[in-house]
Design a protein around this ligand. Structure first.
Ligand code: APR
Length: 393
């Protein structure tokens, strides 16, 4: 086995791992990122694209915001629509805004910056395994090209997503996972067509949710609700556009421009939170610790917020004579924010999706949507949650 040593081993080069890596790199804290997939695969992954202000600030702090500041679009609010009715949720109610910038671009910016600064990432590794994180001498083993490696370290950052090695390695007697699966998923399409609306819109249709999101003035990301278990092979672009058009509010139908799909995918919707987010010298961040349905645009922001919080703990530890105060409160501080974001995503999902065939559910949704449209207090609550809550206070 080939051995080496570093201060922090980051497992996973998703948004959480890449941001943590960049912040550590700028701080001069020695670390390595280990990633299962190839660099091209990570670079090409299409996912989220709405950033809360703390995410924007973290990317600026990591000094990877040059292109973001140039190319991103400000999102001043969004529309909630049902039938011919709608309400605009204006983020000015809480003096904030969100930012539209695709995760693919964030990934590319972080990977480019990492490469330019000489950060070490090992791609296409397998059998990643964290060891001895309940002692002062943790280490990680993995394989690459048939060779076996061992890296000794001070800390392990588990940024390896929902099915990663770190979550699995957490001792069963110490971890508690709270899961909730919605009985539906989202069929998504990315296409180079101008968005039907400049405002991102969440739409409640009697046959199921649909959404208009955008990545730029010429690139749209559209979604609609499909039953859990629906298979992608049953859908092509034509069928997608037909169903999307059918569910659109009549006022938006004329704006719909169709085109070839750049990407289509199906995501089952579920919520999951594992507690705690620390096991000795191993810390979980992002999807490794929690997942949310995409309805509230929280997943990417939660991953970034965890990475930033963990960075603060590591910075204090290495910069202040191994002071572990912030590392010791990492799990509680992160979870205080995580549960609120999970609640908001769950609530938005329940408000906007077809929950069952029971018409009572829809009546409740319509009453709530109408209430929101009449109440500035309700709109303010939504804006406050959407733009991101702090951990405490
Ligand atoms: N060893 C090494 N790497 C692994 C392993 C493993 N055993 N298992 C998974 N990985 C890698 C994956 O290939 C992936 O690149 O870890 C990375 C995890 O990245 P994400 O799943 O994107 O998780 P995270 O960084 O927490 O970001 C999650 O981003 O796309 C948004 O909303 C989405 O909530 C989601 C958030």
């Amino acid at each position: 086995m080939e051995t080496s040593r570093t201060q922090v081993v980051i497992i996973g080069a998703g948004p959480a791992g890449l941001l943590l890596g960049q912040l550590l790199l700028n701080q001069g804290i020695d670390h390595v990122i280990l990633e299962l997939r190839s660099a091209d695969y990570v670079r090409g992954r299409v996912r989220a694209g709405v950033l809360e202000m703390p995410t924007l600030e973290a990317l600026r702090e990591a000094r990877v915001s040059e292109r973001l500041d140039r190319e991103s679009m400000r999102m001043p609010g969004f529309n909630l629509m049902w039938g011919e009715d709608s309400v605009h949720i204006d983020f000015a109610l809480v003096n904030k805004y969100a930012t539209v910038y695709g995760q693919t671009k964030i990934t590319r910016d972080l990977m480019d910056a990492r490469q330019a600064a000489g950060g070490v990432t090992h791609y296409e590794i397998s059998n990643t395994q964290p060891h001895d994180f309940d002692t002062a001498h943790p280490w990680v083993s993995y394989e690459k090209d048939g060779r076996q490696f061992r890296i000794d370290c001070d800390f392990i950052a588990g940024c390896d997503g929902h099915h990663g090695a770190t979550h699995k390695a957490a001792p069963a007697s110490q971890i508690t996972t709270y899961d909730y699966a919605f009985p539906f998923g989202w069929l998504a399409m990315l296409a180079d067509v101008p968005p039907i609306s400049e405002q991102v819109a969440w739409m409640n249709h009697p046959d199921g949710f649909l959404m208009c999101s955008l990545r730029s003035k010429t690139r749209s990301r559209y979604y609609f609700q499909v039953p859990r278990g629906e298979e992608l092979k049953n859908w092509d672009a034509d069928r997608f556009w037909k169903e999307y058009r059918r569910r659109l509010p009549p006022s938006l139908v004329d704006n719909l421009v169709t085109g070839p799909a750049l990407e289509m995918s199906i995501t089952p919707l579920s919520s999951s939170v594992s507690t705690p987010m620390r096991f000795g010298r191993m810390f979980l961040a992002g999807d490794a610790a929690h997942v949310v349905p995409p309805t509230g645009a929280k997943g990417l922001n939660m991953a970034m917020a965890d990475a930033k919080l963990l960075f603060e703990g590591l910075k204090q530890y290495y910069g202040d004579k191994q002071n572990s105060t912030l590392l010791d409160t990492y799990s509680d501080d992160a979870l205080a924010r995580v549960w609120k974001a999970v609640r908001f995503s769950w609530w938005m999902t329940n408000l906007t999706h077809k929950l069952s065939d029971n018409p009572f559910n829809r009546k409740m949704q319509l009453a709530e949507l109408e209430y929101i449209s009449q109440s500035v207090a309700a709109q303010t609550t939504i804006a406050e949650n959407f733009c991101g809550l702090r951990s405490r206070g």
